[in-house]
Design a protein around this ligand. Structure first.
Ligand code: BEZ
Length: 211
């Protein structure tokens, strides 16, 4: 069965462009993003890896490590890294897993045979410090990811992990949020003493608590 939200992210050992690692040890006590690429030396992936390298500080500011995967070996990845630097103007600055035998790709169900039976789709898994999967998104090979959106969902995941709120449509960090329905008005008064805008009994809008 495919991995689901709340499942423990499967642990694995792998070779990467930054040496071998044990995935859970590598995650440590923080958050992590694991994202797959169909193949080395492909154009869309080249732009994505450049963008994530450019945005590394944005991930670090949130306590998030990033790691990529492609179903080629580390020697190929290192050759590709030079192309990434040449074309994207930034050096690859996070590990890229070599997975020529598709061990990790299979573990995370990253190969969708009805899309392509050898290449991975563009999977994104976000893990919390408890190593559980907090979010997964799947894109086809032909669609590059939007890493503003990945950073936006990380802001939501980290906020909602620590406060009894949910984030509404198109929310971004700093916008108002919604008090979770599980919290009674009595309980909400303790958590949000400055009050909220009750648009319906189930739709209670409040300032973002950690701002
Ligand atoms: C790409 O990364 O550009 C790509 C990979 C596989 C299929 C289509 C595009």
């Amino acid at each position: 069965m495919a991995l689901q939200l709340g499942d423990t992210a499967p642990d694995f050992q792998a070779d990467t462009t930054e040496g071998s690692l044990d995935f859970h040890d590598w995650i440590g006590d923080g958050w992590a993003v694991l994202f797959s690429h169909p193949k080395d030396f492909t154009p869309v992936c080249t732009t994505e890896l450049g963008e994530v390298s450019r945005r590394k500080a944005d991930f670090e500011a949130r306590g998030v490590k990033v790691i990529g995967l492609s179903v080629d070996g580390v020697a190929d990845h290192k050759g590709w890294a030079q192309d990434i630097e040449d074309t994207q103007g930034v050096a690859l600055n996070f590990p890229l897993i070599g997975d020529p035998d598709r061990k990790v790709a299979d573990l995370y169900d990253m190969i969708h045979p009805n899309a392509n039976d050898t290449l991975t789709v563009r999977s994104v898994f976000i893990m919390g410090p408890d190593k559980k999967i907090k979010l997964s998104i799947t894109y086809p090979a032909s669609t590059g990811r939007n890493f503003d959106e990945i950073l936006r969902v990380i802001d939501s995941l980290q906020l909602t992990a620590n406060h009894q709120v949910a984030t509404p449509v198109n929310w971004k960090d700093g916008d108002d949020v919604i008090i979770v329905p599980a919290l009674s008005n009595e309980e909400a008064k303790q958590k949000f003493p400055e009050g909220w805008d009750e648009q319906k009994p189930y739709l209670r809008v409040v300032k973002q608590p950690n701002k």
